[in-house]
Write a protein that binds this ligand. Structure first.
Ligand code: AMP
Ligand code: MN
Ligand code: MN
Ligand code: MN
Length: 274
């Protein structure tokens, strides 16, 4: 039987497991098709390219950060050519933005009395793509906050001082990169952005106009009824549907690799295109 998970993370971005550990967990969970979609990097796919038999079908993927109407939004690229000029450019560009964004957040947190955020977060990330979770982990270690979720609630989450999305490319540009890499552009977890339903629909409309092809109709930890609502929106804008847990770590047991709500039968699955 086919069992897919088309959205998950490794320690190449803000996940906990190495690429091979993640694949092994997926095999344990009877996943047959896995897309690793790290934030703004395909490093996991380069690492796994030399492994002969993974025990499942690996689909190349990435989760790219974009902005729309001052909101940071995530666009998953599936079945991309990781060696294409478009992807090489995308990774380099986004790495630069992540560094610039970190500098800006560090400056803002410095004004709030938190020092050494730049070096601390960089140390947490090591050679991997640096993100807000690395800032949060550093703040926890330093006793600046009690937990990672407290760091997001107070300083890093939507609308807080460390929520800097203005440096990300537009949705349109990100979709162009994904299409340029021969992939399919999927709007990630559309129900998770902090906005009203009418604004959400405007965002989806803009995504479709930009050439986006699918919505992530089913994701882990999703409010009840959201997948039905998104399935209706897919029909209205002629979009396909994707599914994925957005798994990051076994330490967060409320999101399990391969687990998400059932896809409504009327949806057109994105994987029919692979
Ligand atoms: P970034 O990619 O640097 O913008 O960071 C976004 C990532 O932070 C998301 O992909 C999540 O993994 C994580 N994140 C977002 N909100 C929270 C939260 N409230 N608590 C813990 N982690 C979060
Ligand atoms: Mn993440
Ligand atoms: Mn995301
Ligand atoms: Mn994700």
């Amino acid at each position: 039987m086919t069992h897919l998970d088309l959205h998950c993370h490794t320690n190449c971005s803000d996940g906990k497991l190495s690429p091979l550990e993640l694949v092994n967990l997926a095999v344990e969970n009877n996943i047959t098709h896995l897309a690793i979609t790290d934030h703004d990097t395909v490093a996991a796919h380069h690492q796994l390219a030399s492994v002969d038999d993974l025990g499942l079908s690996l689909i190349s993927g990435i989760e790219l950060s974009a902005q729309w109407s001052k909101v940071g939004v995530h666009i998953v690229g599936l079945n991309i050519d990781i060696n294409s000029d478009a992807m090489v450019h995308a990774e380099a560009y986004q790495s630069k933005v992540r560094l610039q964004r970190l500098e800006r957040i560090a400056y803002k947190l410095h004004k709030r009395g938190f020092d050494n955020i730049l070096a601390g977060a960089q140390q947490e990330a090591g050679i991997n793509q640096v993100g807000r979770p690395h800032i949060a982990r550093y703040m926890v270690k330093q006793g600046m906050v009690k937990s990672v979720s407290a760091a997001f609630d107070k300083y890093l989450g939507a609308g807080k001082v460390g929520d800097v999305s203005s440096l990300w490319p537009s949705m349109q540009e990100i979709v162009e990169w994904i299409l340029g890499a021969g992939g399919i552009a999927v709007l990630a977890h559309p129900g998770r952005y902090n906005m009203t339903r009418s604004k959400r629909i405007r965002m989806i409309e803009a995504f479709a106009e930009a050439g986006g092809q699918a919505l992530e109709v089913c994701t882990g930890n999703q409010p009840h009824g959201m997948s039905e609502d998104l399935a209706n929106i897919c029909e209205r804008y002629d979009l396909m549907a994707s599914v994925g847990s957005d798994f990051h770590s076994p330490d967060y047991p409320w999101v399990k690799l391969g687990k998400y709500p059932r896809l409504p039968a009327r949806c057109r699955p994105v994987w029919e295109q692979f």
